[in-house]
Design a binder for this molecule. Sequence first.
Ligand SMILES: *Cc1c(COP(=O)(O)O)cnc(C)c1O
Length: 375
Amino acid sequence: MLLFTPGPTPVPESVRLAMATPTLHHRTPEFEAIFAETRALLFELFATDEVIMLASSGTGAMEAAVTNLCHDTLLSVNSGKFGERFGKIALASGLKNVEIKHEWNTPATVDEVVEAVKANPAIDALAIQISESAGGLRHPVEEIAKAVKAINPNIMIIADGITAMGVERINVEHIDCVLAGSQKALMLPPGLAMLGLSNAAIEKIGAGKGYYLNLASEIKKQKQNTTAYTAATTLIIGLKAILEEIKAKGGFGLLYCDTARRAKATRFALEALGLHSYPEVPARSMTTIDDENAKEIRDLLKTDFGVNVAGGQDHLKGKIFRINQMGLIETYEMVWVVNAVELALAKLGRRDFDGTASRVFNEEYFKSTLKKEEK
Ligand SMILES: *Cc1c(COP(=O)(O)O)cnc(C)c1O
């Protein structure tokens, strides 16, 4: 079965093998050396002033970011389940929350965020997804961050990059905190979250908030290549292995380029079948299709063609399906996935099978090498 859900994503064999070594004690020079190397690799990926690893799923990093960086009112953008979660975290933490809410295919605009910030001087942090995984959309986070900082540089910009870090290069110039999670673009098992922080964020964190998710305690320890509490040693060993594997396969730049080409070719192939791309601005992390037969297509992909893709949640349950684009994905696997979607449509009597999906995918993905000869 091919796992093509936008998290969890498949763990490469080299990484699984690296994690199969005997457990190390976390307070040892051996583990500290691994921690230091992993930290250095994370600095390359994040390009932020500081990086922190947390033993938690991605939501733990969302909570740590909100509680440590927002002290009054959080402005959050809800264009899906994960944006909604930021607001819930703020309220559960005794903070105030102002929410900009959209349908799950609609990204936020710079203007509406600017308006919200101007209307409420108590807003001291903005939280937004770079890629909102609920409907597979891309918010214009970099532009929004720049505009908000121009109004008030003290407003902390929290960017959830859990399905964006490792997918595309993120310009963190105006971002104070960017989040990543192990089981999405980083192709690891679940359980490890990462935060990249700006110097301004570190200043605002001060003595930190909370206990386990107190970022001040972690910053202090992680600068010394250790953690405040027991480190997720096995996952950190895996993280080092996957970052080394990405570098060995040509580096982050090549990965970002390949992901963009693959995501575009997949969308073109599915649109050529008459299918509709759900988000107004698709993220590169996944290809999201809304369709009245979404459930039947997804079921057939699994039972007849050995492909596991994700469905939708809440009001989009049974209405969309989402195909992962994150990680080191073999081109031939994605060709099979779009071909399987075409076969599923034929089984449903929607259209005759004629190989359109794989042809369009290949033409788009390999177009630079398929240049027609000049007549
Ligand atoms: C998966 C995801 C999360 C939450 O991560 P968990 O590991 O499930 O806690 C947060 N934000 C986005 C954009 C995600 O895709």
